[in-house]
Design a protein around this ligand. Structure first.
Ligand SMILES: C[S@@+](CC[C@H](N)C(=O)[O-])C[C@H]1O[C@@H](n2cnc3c(N)ncnc32)[C@H](O)[C@@H]1O
Length: 279
């Protein structure tokens, strides 16, 4: 469990899921350079069946559907009802693969045996209670030779888009509880050795972990402050605070961003691991 007493399913079906759902367009635009890196590594081929794990509001599922074309197939799985509701409403261009949106816990869902050629995830695999069992379950869905490719975060300090606003917000809020490094959360695989050992224990082979560094265009200072306080790890610092504290945090972050960017767009670095492994 993480985030106090609630389960991940409760977390992503509650206020957090609603918040991510509201911000789907902004989020997909901000993460676009990272999404490109994911697909560059995922090696999808026309006709492939693809499993998108923790698909959220479906941006990567729709991109996968376009890449594999009408002969392919996408299974997009998430525990979050609010995010899947957004995903189901998104339009999909003609000529793309059909997408099956399923509300499911990817740790234990029976996706079938050897039914997909590729499994992908953009930040959707760091929230499992038992990562080895969960990845073994995903491996079972992959056909022999099938490939898993996912993006996860490198440490907080390497991610300026998180670290810069966090340093501004921290003095304004109560000291946060430290998250256990081996529990579910955004930095679950910040140490690449953990990803390697979990995947090996789940039966994967040829595990490769590569750094991906990209600047994220967060928008003008006011909007950029909204993005980092609504989404991502800094949002966790303010979400239970009084409106006055949230407003003060937003004003302070916007002021720092304005100093950095003037009237232009705020750009801060993101640091991820692109992890791939074969069944
Ligand atoms: C950080 S969000 C990323 C969402 C989406 N992939 C994106 O990039 O916009 C993490 C997602 O993982 C989902 N998730 C967490 N645990 C899950 C589980 N056990 N099974 C399926 N989805 C899960 C959450 O509901 C959430 O949508």
């Amino acid at each position: 469990m993480a985030d106090g007493e609630i389960t991940q399913a409760e977390y992503w079906n509650g206020e957090a899921g609603e918040r991510w759902a509201r911000n789907q367009r902004v989020l997909d635009a901000v993460f676009a350079p990272l999404t490109e890196a994911l697909f560059a590594g995922a090696d999808l081929r026309p006709g492939d069946a693809v499993l998108d794990v923790g698909c959220g509001a479906g941006d990567t599922s729709i991109t996968a559907a376009r890449r594999v074309g009408a002969e392919g197939r996408v299974v997009a799985a998430d525990v979050s009802g609010p995010l899947l509701a957004v995903a189901r409403k998104r339009s999909v261009a003609a000529g793309t693969a059909p997408i099956a949106w399923i509300e499911a816990d990817a740790q234990v869902e029976d996706f079938g045996e050897a039914v997909v050629a590729r499994a992908i995830s953009r930040f959707g695999v760091m929230f499992f209670d038992d990562s080895v069992a969960a990845f073994a379950n995903l491996r079972r869905a992959l056909a022999p030779g099938g490939r898993l490719t996912f993006l996860c975060w490198r440490p907080l300090e390497a991610n300026a888009w998180i670290a810069v606003p966090r340093a501004i917000v921290l003095p304004l809020v109560p000291v946060p509880e430290p998250s256990p490094p081996d529990g579910p959360g955004p930095f679950r695989f910040a140490d690449p050795e953990i990803a390697r050992s979990v995947l090996a224990a789940a039966g994967f082979r040829e595990v490769a972990v590569e750094p991906v560094d990209r600047p994220l265009a967060l928008g003008r200072p006011e909007d950029a402050a909204g993005v980092v306080l609504e989404l991502g790890p800094v949002s966790r610092l303010v979400r239970e605070q009084a409106d006055s504290v949230r407003d003060a945090a937003r004003a302070a972050v916007a002021a720092e961003f304005a100093q950095r960017a003037g009237d232009g767009a705020v750009s801060l670095g993101a640091a991820c691991w692109l992890v791939s492994a074969l069944r």
